[in-house]
Design a protein around this ligand. Sequence first.
Ligand SMILES: [Zn+2]
Length: 325
Amino acid sequence: MPPANRTNPTRAKSSDSRVSLMEFMREFPDDEACLVHVWRTRYSEDGVHAECPKCEQVRSFKRYATAKRRQAWTCTGCGHHVHPTAGTIFHKSSTSLHLWFYAVYFMASTRCGVSAKQLEREIGCNYKTALRMFHRIREYLMDEDGPQLSGSVEADETYIGPRRIKEGERRALSAQGIPNRGPATKDRDVVFAAVERQGRIRVSVIGTSQTQGSNAVAVRAKVSEFVAPRSTLYTDEYGAYAALARYYDHRTINHSQRVYVSGETHTQTVDGFFALMKNAIRGVHHGVSRQWLQGYCNEYAFRWNYREDGNAMFRRLIENAARPV
Ligand SMILES: [Zn+2]
């Protein structure tokens, strides 16, 4: 075996990594490389020819060096400027493209997620900037529709957020002079998920524990949106699902009778996802606010859908980064 070339590190075959930091840096060494990537993904496959909106035909474009380092390509026919980042999450951001791409790489290279605090330390920005970058990545790059789920699909809902304490406990606390606020009076969010066994997942915030009445309606709407008709649908005995039996082959597991698995009938896959997501929120993010919860749902659904391949996850994210928001 030839000795390893230390000046050109390669990823070990046995490494779990799919894109190493060195590979990322080789492919995206600076801002310009990232800009070219957005330009090619969004407008010009070969990097030269693109449809000019002014000439209304395919023209060749040139990247002129300007004093202001304009992030634009110029139509050689009419002089029209095309700014590849216009309308994307990078639009008008004072953070460099290279740092944005690194933030995406950083997210894709971790399994369970990473805190904005860690990004702040990695790239030397302030915490607010790091948090905003991650929120935008979750909200826009990790938001994927895809075709409806089909085959064997499990659906379930869960509560996320502070646990409501029981009335008796709450009274005991106030008797001790502990004020009636915090978790006792807080409301929890309801998150719905549907997952194909061995396949993809869709996750959505549907309401709060204060909107019980409308949650059943929301659950049914989400099932119809996410799951193709005539799929086999596995759920618990929650009444909201009963009305769906007309459109699906509906199988119910009776959790209230403490039955969790009965042959093929169970919701272990979707419950496994909820456990993962809750652990991550607790361990990495230490709780999330209602405003950003859908973003975290997007993130963990995205991770689930690309769990086999970290490179595919990174590729898909930077491809999504080139689309306007
Ligand atoms: Zn033109």
